[in-house]
Design a protein around this ligand. Sequence first.
Ligand code: LLP
Length: 421
Amino acid sequence: MDHFLYRNGALHAEDVPVADIAAEVGTPFYLYSTATLTRHFKLFEEALSPLPHLVCFAMKSNSNLAVVKTLGDLGAGVDVVSIGEYLKAKAAGIPAERIVFSGVGKTRGEMRIALEGGLRQFNVESEPELHALSEVASGMGLSAPITLRVNPDVDAKTHEKIATGRKEDKFGIPIARARDVYAEAARLPGIEVVGIDVHIGSQLTELAPFEAAYGKVAELTRTLRADGHDIRRLDLGGGLGIPYARSNAAPPLPTDYGEMVKRTVGDLDCEIEIEPGRLISGNAGILVSRVIYVKGGEDRTFLILDAAMNDLIRPAMYGAHHDIVPVTEPEPGIEPHSYDVVGPVCESGDTFAKGRQMPPVAEGDLVAFRSAGAYSAVMASEYNTRPMVPEVLVHGHQFAVIRARPTFDEMINRDTIPKWL
Ligand code: LLP
């Protein structure tokens, strides 16, 4: 459930008409709902209680400071995958002990900054990374808390580009090698083993792959404890999917996920961490755009919007579906029209949807892409020298621009001309 609903014929974000924000901010823009972010975070909190746990929001899904602070103020931790995200988490007021650092390619420089600023743990993904971290931490006279990310060789049954837990994927240490690598970790200076990490992919719509992976983690926990390691924390990653198309069957809910977590690892006396991104931020955001032209083609109608693939890359990149709805509520029973919904960017890949059945809209109308709070603004670019799309946060009757659209002067002045020109 989200807080983008029609009221009196107009789409609202919580208590604010979306059209009012469009009039003030201009289009396109991302719009997030505080109430939805809060609701989704709390669903996970409740799903995992009474187990000792920490819900670490995967910042890669939405790293706006205001979004991160909204969640941090509720008690969320964060999962970061770059020092940029780490520094943003700090700037948003997330305490060091709630920051988990994941990623296959952490550099020594990144490790140093995170160790200086403090963190909950590194999720280490390879033996070379383990050695590098040992060197860096011991050189600083510190001990780095770590989990090892294991690759359980489980197929998450999701889109090819976002499955991460099969042996052919670049992530983690093959689970069969885990015992040896843990033994190595225990011998290294500057390393303190605190647990195990696993993340098998994103937008999972079934619990079975999670269950298979977590079962393997439970077994590994017992083995490693018998080997003498202090396994006290299990980071179970993120990945629970969301309903992108309202017409499709809904994926399992956080409550179902929580029950499965308890069933698989609940009796191990471990602190549980999870790293949900999409489920918290995905349906907490929309992308609002205006129709520039309705262009009749030979056998189709193109709806040309002022949002483009540079603002929302998911359809072009993953063939992803986003529901697109008019901001003015359609008359009940109105006949849908078929549109190819496109942006103004100069390539055919700039297509949001082909043959999309939706209520008829006209030049100048506003439309909203649903489920655009995750992996949307964060993946935007300035391709075609289109300004980075701004972001707005609603809270009840209030709204605030939380990232402004750059001016053309700002964009132009970011480039510099060398002295020989
Ligand atoms: N933890 C780790 C280590 C991850 O790699 C990810 C996502 C998450 C947590 C969060 O997963 P979530 O709960 O959001 O599914 N750009 C793609 C999604 C990439 C996901 C990458 N990793 C998309 O637009 O669908």
